[in-house]
Design a protein around this ligand. Structure first.
Ligand code: SF4
Ligand code: SF4
Length: 186
């Protein structure tokens, strides 16, 4: 009889132990994230600085060197350039990135001399066709950026170049993994 009662007590204790974890959830903050429309802050802002999201290109500082295109192992990037006969400057006529093919490896960003091509923290790319996943950065031909001496850059271009340089230093070629870069946008 004593053993029988002990078994009943043990069974009841085991059930209580298990359910106590379940019941505790009635009083805890819910873990559920009601993505995407009821977030206190956008998910993108919670991602680490070096998150490799969609690629973006700052054409203002693109030299048209094609290094990114050559670096891509699966030919996601298509750049077309030509020399303007009158001004002798280089024009970039096409800069497309196929985000449907892209595997977000970051290899294209590493050789970029200005940080023009860079990852962002954007990742929401659902669309209705693969064709619409090709990002076409150029509508009209743009003049390729020519590196200038320090302080000689156009005031509009200077902050963009500054962002690019910071990107190279902290993202594409990080010398230090310390949290100095944390929280900065790409
Ligand atoms: S991230 Fe990788 S796959 Fe995507 S375009 Fe750059 S090199 Fe190509
Ligand atoms: S994005 Fe960078 S690597 Fe690609 S063509 Fe422009 S300057 Fe060269």
């Amino acid at each position: 009889m004593r053993e029988y009662v002990a078994n009943v007590v043990q069974a009841a204790t085991s059930i209580f132990d298990g359910l106590s974890v379940t019941f505790s959830h009635f009083f805890r903050e819910p873990y559920t994230i009601q993505y995407p429309d009821r977030m206190p802050i956008p998910v993108q802002d919670t991602l680490p600085y070096r998150y490799r999201g969609f690629l973006d290109v700052d054409l203002e500082i693109c030299t048209g060197c094609l290094a990114c295109q050559r670096a891509c192992p699966i030919d996601c990037i298509l750049i077309e350039t030509r020399k303007d006969k009158e001004t002798k400057s280089m024009l970039i006529e096409t800069f497309d990135i196929d985000l449907a093919k892209c595997m977000y490896c970051g290899l294209c960003t590493e050789p970029c001399p200005t940080g023009s091509i860079h990852h962002t923290r954007e990742f929401e790319g659902a669309d209705f066709s693969l064709e619409s996943m090709v990002r076409r950065f150029i509508k009209e031909p743009v003049t390729a950026y020519k590196p200038k001496k320090k302080g000689e850059d156009d005031p509009v271009v200077a902050p963009i170049l500054e962002r690019g340089k910071r990107y190279i230093a902290e993202f594409a070629d990080p010398k230090d993994d310390a949290p100095a870069a944390a929280g900065k946008g790409g």
